[in-house]
Design a protein around this ligand. Structure first.
Ligand code: GAP
Length: 578
């Protein structure tokens, strides 16, 4: 069995995750987190919140998952959020055409960047067959398929909506209100952990490509001319970088830089993206990613999303493949500008100058008693066009006449009828559209990576054991309590210990079935870092045995010191230090 198969089996058997709706045959691309998985996911999200909301001082919100069509017209998802699809005429199976090309043709890794005709040609040239039934696909068209799930808001079809394909839009559309909560001061960040939906053509690799998943996204709104990240906080953090340049070179490789070196050498172009790449290293380490199986990879030019000016992905190695777990994008002012254009709201922010400025402003005050009779119904639009032209190019008003375009037609107006003047004005600031830096984490892919990276096996007391070496504060259960026997009051005592530890805030499991060795194995397999056994000695001296998952060492600890001892262990001390 491969490590992915072993993990899939463990995940299902022990309740981490499994395909949803199995009673009805299962639904491709949908997974349910069982009790262990839901707890692990919650701990991972709490760690994210701790770093990216609490420590960074950002806000967090919770927006609806269904949004009206107008949002996605503005964001560009309605037009551009497509993947390439090919349908087999023989069996009707649909496939992601770019993935077929990547899987079947050696040396092609980035087929998403090609256009559908090129991908169709490659399928024909390489005689690629349908993976489901083996029929040739050469004659089938490759088409664009929009990944959004559509719905209707309310009865009838007059109000189309979509399940959001990224949580980010729920933040962007609320910017006019959010800027007020931030007292109209940049920079500020808004985070959200929530569900996103994509009608993936071929869901695959368990939690890696699913149709409903959780994202943890931060939208950091900045003034690109004035705001700088606190780079000194992460300057010495080492990051493994696989730049676009290295990917395109014959012998290019991943290299480790400090953030300071990467910025100074221009490997990472944006200081803000560099800041979050550095900051996120702590997060990946805390949740239990194996940093030997981790890298940051820069997007190749053709790979950039429609909104991104620069983008790096965090990738983890799973079963021999590098999988994107986080996207770090410099989204510039793309989203706020679009929502400003498509909606009635103001998506700008007023930037106060340090000192008031006196500026020359060109304005017009058109003579409507001339424009009206001369241009009829077009007079108002012509006046607006003159106003816009004066702001843009005052030299156009230097001659006797000025010409403007309205709806593709040219109109010439004598300058004396435009009321053109240049005035001095004192201004205290200007309206700007903030830029956005976005770290976007896929929670399911991170849960999956943590499980695969922490899964191992060894032999203890001549018995094979399977374990999850999860960090103590990530494990679904922190401590399991066992009575040695279910008699002589040991079980009552053990239950009381479990109750006490729960009251102290620990996640506690209680298990009194099977022999102690088997109970340890069960807890090792779900990653419980500590087990406590109540035995006959407990009855005599009020001590219990504490056993550590990773070393399998055991120590006796006084019951009245147990909560404090466990806290020290969770904080990183080892059993021998107690
Ligand atoms: N707001 C930016 C955005 O959504 P993305 O790179 O499309 O960017 C961010 O998605 C993260 O969401 C990815 O790095 C990945 O971890 C996760 N993700 C995207 N599509 C996914 C899918 N179909 N299944 C599971 N996770 C997915």
């Amino acid at each position: 069995m491969t490590e992915l198969d072993e993990l899939a089996e463990l995940a299902k058997r022990r309740g981490f995750f499994f395909q949803s709706n199995e009673a009805y045959g299962g639904t491709a691309g949908f997974y349910t987190y069982g009790p262990e998985g839901a707890a692990l996911k919650r701990n991972l999200e709490d760690t994210w919140r701790d770093i990216f909301v609490r420590e960074e001082g950002h806000m967090e919100l919770e927006a609806p998952t269904v949004m009206p069509e107008a949002v996605f017209e503005a964001s560009g998802h309605l037009d551009g959020f497509d993947d390439m699809i090919i349908e087999c005429a023989e069996c009707g199976a649909t496939h992601r055409a770019d993935h077929l090309v990547e899987d079947e043709i050696e040396g092609i890794e980035d087929a998403e960047a090609y256009d559908p005709e090129e991908v169709g040609q490659l399928i024909a040239d390489h005689e690629i067959e349908c993976p489901s039934c083996g029929a040739p696909l050469a004659d089938e068209p490759v088409e664009e398929f929009n990944l959004m799930f559509g719905t209707n808001i309310g009865p009838g079809s007059s109000s189309p909506g979509y399940l959001r394909p990224e949580t980010a839009q729920g933040i962007f559309v609320e910017f006019p209100r959010l800027k007020e909560y931030a007292r109209n001061q940049l920079p500020f960040g808004v985070a959200q952990i929530g569900r996103a939906y994509r009608n993936e053509i071929s869901p695959r690799r368990a939690l890696v490509r699913v149709r409903e998943f959780t994202q943890a996204e931060l939208e950091h709104f900045i003034d690109p001319e004035h705001d700088e990240p606190p780079l000194e906080r992460v300057a010495d953090v080492e990051v493994p970088l696989y730049s676009a340049e290295a990917q395109q070179a014959d012998d290019g490789e991943m290299e480790t830089y400090t953030i300071r070196e990467a910025v100074d050498k221009g490997v990472i172009a944006s200081d803000w993206v560099a800041y979050y790449l550095g900051r996120s290293m702590e997060f990946y380490e805390r949740i239990g990613i194996d940093m030997e199986r981790f890298r940051y990879r820069q997007h190749l030019p053709g790979e950039l999303a429609h909104y991104a000016a620069d983008c790096w992905d965090a990738e983890t190695e799973l079963g021999g493949n590098w999988i994107e777990v986080t996207g770090f994008a410099y989204r510039s002012d793309y989203d706020l500008k679009k929502h400003g254009e498509y909606s009635e709201e103001d998506f700008t922010l007023f930037r106060q100058y340090d000192e008031k400025k006196t500026v020359e402003r060109a304005t017009v005050d058109p003579d409507m008693s001339y424009l009206g009779p001369e241009f009829g119904g077009k007079a108002g639009d012509i006046a607006d066009a003159l106003e816009a032209l004066a702001g843009r190019d005052r030299s156009a008003f230097e001659g006797e006449e000025v010409t403007v375009d309205v709806d593709g037609e040219s109109y010439t107006v004598p300058v004396e009828k435009t009321g053109f003047t240049v005035e001095e004005q004192t201004e205290s600031g200007e309206h700007i559209t903030p830029h956005v830096v976005e770290p976007s984490f896929g929670v399911g892919r991170l849960v999956y990576s943590v499980l695969i990276h922490s899964h191992g096996s060894d032999v203890v007391d001549d018995e094979e054991r399977s374990f999850l070496e999860l960090p103590a504060d990530m494990a679904p259960t922190t401590v399991a309590v066992f009575p040695l026997m279910t008699k002589d009051g040991l079980d009552d005592r053990a239950e009381a210990v479990a109750r006490q530890l729960r009251a102290e805030g620990f996640e506690v499991a209680y298990d009194d079935t099977g022999n102690i060795g088997r109970r340890y194995r069960r807890q090792d397999e779900v990653g419980t870092p500590y087990c406590v056994t109540v035995d006959y000695e407990t009855q005599e001296d009020d001590t219990v045995t504490v056993r550590e998952r990773d070393s399998t060492d055991q120590e006796r600890v006084a019951l009245d010191e147990l909560p404090a001892a466990l806290r020290r262990l969770v904080a990183g001390e080892s059993l021998s230090d107690l």
